[in-house]
Design a protein around this ligand. Structure first.
Ligand SMILES: [Zn+2]
Length: 147
């Protein structure tokens, strides 16, 4: 399975590509869109609405486009404007990388349940990185994640 996580309006957006080619979009662990043949038809688009903390409704679109050797590209749009380019990679890979630029975060210190990427300067919450609350450092091995 390949996946990418993104902090969207304070929620955890997750895009998954399953081993049988299905594409899923989850918000806080709940499936909001599912295309079972996504991979086999070269990609898939997912549309749903999300309400911001200010009560503003946003039209979210997630486009999963094809497949590459190391990752599957996906694009996140809000009200038609591109918000982020995501790279779906294997779980083993991603839990130690910045979801914005895929820079390795191994060994970095966690502050206020967040890790600051030294490459792009963006903060990622432990939830987005798939790490347990209270973690002090980003572990090297998946087996150290306790997840
Ligand atoms: Zn980064």
């Amino acid at each position: 399975m390949r996946f990418a996580r993104f902090d969207l309006l304070g929620r955890v957006l997750e895009v998954r590509e399953g081993d049988f080619g299905d594409h899923l979009v989850l918000i806080d662990g709940r499936v909001v869109s599912h295309k079972s043949m996504g991979f086999w038809v070269g990609g898939s688009s997912h549309f749903f609405e999300l309400t911001s903390e200010e009560g503003e409704k946003l039209h979210i679109e997630v486009q999963v486009r094809g497949w590459r050797f190391r990752f599957t590209p996906a694009f996140l749009l809000a009200d038609g404007a591109e918000m982020a380019a995501l790279e779906l990679v294997s779980r083993r890979h991603m839990q130690r990388r910045c979801p914005y630029c895929v820079y390795s975060l191994v060994g970095l210190t966690v502050e206020n349940d967040e890790v600051k990427c030294p490459e792009c300067g963006r903060h990622s919450s432990l939830a987005v990185l798939g790490l347990k609350k209270g973690a002090k450092i980003v572990p090297r091995h998946a087996r150290d994640l306790g997840a």
